[in-house]
Design a protein around this ligand. Structure first.
Ligand code: HEM
Length: 205
């Protein structure tokens, strides 16, 4: 049995902290629902807050490589998989809330294919599915050299989420522009440091 070192304990503690911090938006949402502090249209507000949280976690996940490069600390990478899974978790809750609280579960095909902004969101979610499924160490080993190219699907997925975000806006698009600029900087930095081809999914190298 491997010895438990001080570093292992610090690592486990840090992972627990990140896990708890990632649940904070959900705890606040549940609290606001319980206290009725969620506005006149709870279904809409819950769906929007979960969607925005998913997108924020997506940007945070994409920020790990720039953080590593700028700070020179490789430890950031330890939290990337967990953050990525939280993107999937919040996006799944967002879609469940949309179905349960807004549109209902009837005729799902029409629900997901009628409005262009929903098509963008649904496509982004479909692109994220294989990433969540192959996120474990065992799957990483099984997929082998194809793992990295596959996980580059996160870049078109992020762009599609932003399109979904922009498209559903009613009037003021300031927030969408700010998030779009953050995404542009994160993708731009990657292209600058590692080359534009590293943004292309499913491509070896
Ligand atoms: C089947 C897939 C999806 C459906 C049906 C869906 C549905 C919706 C709906 C109904 C809204 C609110 C639109 C309105 O205000 O009228 C919304 C907003 C949003 N969604 Fe999605 N969505 C999907 C996928 C995603 C994914 C994968 C993400 C992120 C990872 C996401 C992030 C967002 C964001 C950021 C907003 C804007 C929230 C705000 O206004 O603060 N969505 N989505």
């Amino acid at each position: 049995m491997p010895a438990i070192t001080r570093n292992t304990l610090i690592d486990v503690f840090a992972r627990c902290l990140v896990f708890i911090a990632a649940l904070v938006p959900l705890v606040f949402l549940v609290k606001d629902v319980a206290t009725g502090d969620i506005g006149p249209d709870p279904g809409q507000a819950i769906t929007e807050r979960l969607g925005l949280t998913a997108f924020q976690f997506l940007l945070l996940t994409l920020a790990i490589t720039p953080l590593k490069k700028v700070t020179g600390w490789n430890g950031w990478l330890r939290y990337r998989r967990m953050l990525g899974l939280f993107v999937f978790f919040y996006a799944s809750l967002h879609i469940l809330a949309f179905l349960q609280l807004l549109l209902g579960w009837g005729d799902l095909w029409t629900t997901f294919t009628q409005r262009p902004y929903i098509i963008a969101g649904a496509t982004a979610f479909l692109l994220m599915l294989p990433l969540a499924v192959t996120s474990t160490k065992a799957m990483m080993r099984r997929v082998g050299r194809g793992w990295k190219p596959l996980h580059r699907l996160i870049y078109p997925a992020a762009i599609l989420v932003w399109v979904h975000f922009l498209w559903q806006a009613r009037s003021d698009i300031t927030e969408m522009v700010v998030y779009g600029l953050i995404l542009l900087v994160l993708l731009g930095l990657r292209a600058y440091w590692f080359g534009l081809p590293t943004l292309i999914p499913l491509r070896r190298g």
